[in-house]
Design a protein around this ligand. Structure first.
Ligand code: FES
Ligand SMILES: [Fe+2]
Length: 359
């Protein structure tokens, strides 16, 4: 189960060309995403005539034409032309979903269009300006339920084990405690690792002993916002183990956004962009280091993919066997409960609403 009154990433801005719609599936619903002259539009991928895929259609300025028998739709989803027929039935309309173009991704609001709220689009942390970062985009498909990916991102104690080859996280990352805080729309994780030597997966950025801060929010419906940076030794204590002034970071400064889109119950799409700060010891102005950052990130996410897809198969084989939580599952538990509350609230408000087509 997933919330519906939220933004989900359906594709990247680059996926949607000027001429042809892009086919994407979110929460099991096929979408045809296309570029009208002045905006991006998301339709249900089903022509009102005989259920042809509108994602196989053709963009014609402000309109989209179904390329089966030629019905023409305006950007609101209304049929405006039926070749060879003068009368257009008044209910000749497909569903159009609210769309936002945000951080070069196309976000689609899957719930009540009247509630679509741009303020619910996730943003990077205050004080992080993406223009200061060398950014790269990546994406993967996991043959697994999105909740298993959320569970993975809500418990970073897997880093030294799953990501020994990629991120080369030392074991103390599993041992050093994270501060975990419930947010209205997710869970916040923050951690200082004192007397650390940074991550070594980009050797040229390695520095001496420092205090490393990592913080991330994991937000409903499945978006991770993160900042990591190395600070001069003693910073953790000096700021009483609270959130540092990001501008004082000295090396390996990175930020990223990750979005998990449930495609079906057994398939998820994983969008990520990751940026390294352009300062010398951040590496973000060196194209080779920026490319290496994406390479290592995708290597790491493929490590997760191997683990999670096998986990999904094992669960499918014995779906009723329970898990055995550990101390590291606190974030998972908080998030799972929050999501259940939000889904219940959506269901309740839906039940209050007058039934459509009640006659
Ligand atoms: S199915 Fe679209 S025009 Fe016939
Ligand atoms: Fe991971």
């Amino acid at each position: 189960m997933h919330t519906r009154n939220d933004w989900y990433v359906a594709c990247t801005d680059a996926d949607v060309t000027a001429d042809h719609p892009f086919s994407s599936t979110v929460l099991g619903e096929r979408l045809a995403i296309w570029r009208a002259a002045d905006k991006v539009v998301a339709f249900e991928d089903r022509c009102v005539h005989r259920a042809a895929a509108l994602s196989l259609g053709r963009c014609e300025g402000q309109n989209l034409r179904c390329m089966y028998h030629g019905l023409l739709f305006d950007a609101a989803g209304k049929v405006v032309d039926i070749p060879g027929q003068d009368v257009i039935p008044p209910n000749a309309q497909v569903r159009a979903y609210p769309v936002a173009v945000h951080y070069d991704w196309i976000w689609v609001w899957m719930g009540d269009p009247a509630l679509a709220d741009p303020a619910k689009l996730p943003t990077l942390f205050d004080g992080v300006d993406l223009d200061d970062y060398g950014v790269v985009n990546g994406e993967l498909t996991f043959e697994a339920n999105a909740q298993l990916i959320s569970d993975n991102l809500l418990d970073f104690s897997h880093l030294p084990f799953v990501h020994a080859a990629s991120f080369q996280a030392p074991l103390d990352w599993a041992k050093s405690p994270m501060t975990i805080k419930q947010l209205d729309n997710g869970v916040r994780f923050e951690r200082w690792v004192e007397n650390h030597t940074g991550f070594h997966f980009i050797e040229s950025l390695s520095i001496g002993v420092n205090d490393t801060w990592m913080g991330y929010d994991y937000l409903v419906p499945g978006v991770l916002v993160m900042f990591v940076g190395c600070f001069p030794a003693g910073t953790a204590r000096a700021c009483d183990y609270g959130r540092p002034d990001f501008s004082k970071a000295i090396a390996q400064v990175s930020t990223n956004l990750q979005a998990i889109t449930p495609v079906t119950e057994k398939r998820s799409h994983y969008y990520v962009f990751t940026g390294l700060h352009r300062a010398a010891s951040g590496g973000g102005s060196d194209p080779a280091i920026v490319a290496r950052n994406l390479e290592v990130t995708l290597q790491a996410f493929n490590e997760d993919k191997t683990m999670i897809e096998a986990q999904q198969q094992i669960i499918d084989g014995q779906p009723d066997r329970p898990f055995m939580p550990t101390v590291h599952d606190r974030g998972v538990t908080l998030y799972t409960r929050l999501k259940a509350r939000l889904i219940a609230a959506e269901t309740a408000s839906h039940a209050d609403a007058p039934l459509e087509n009640a006659n």
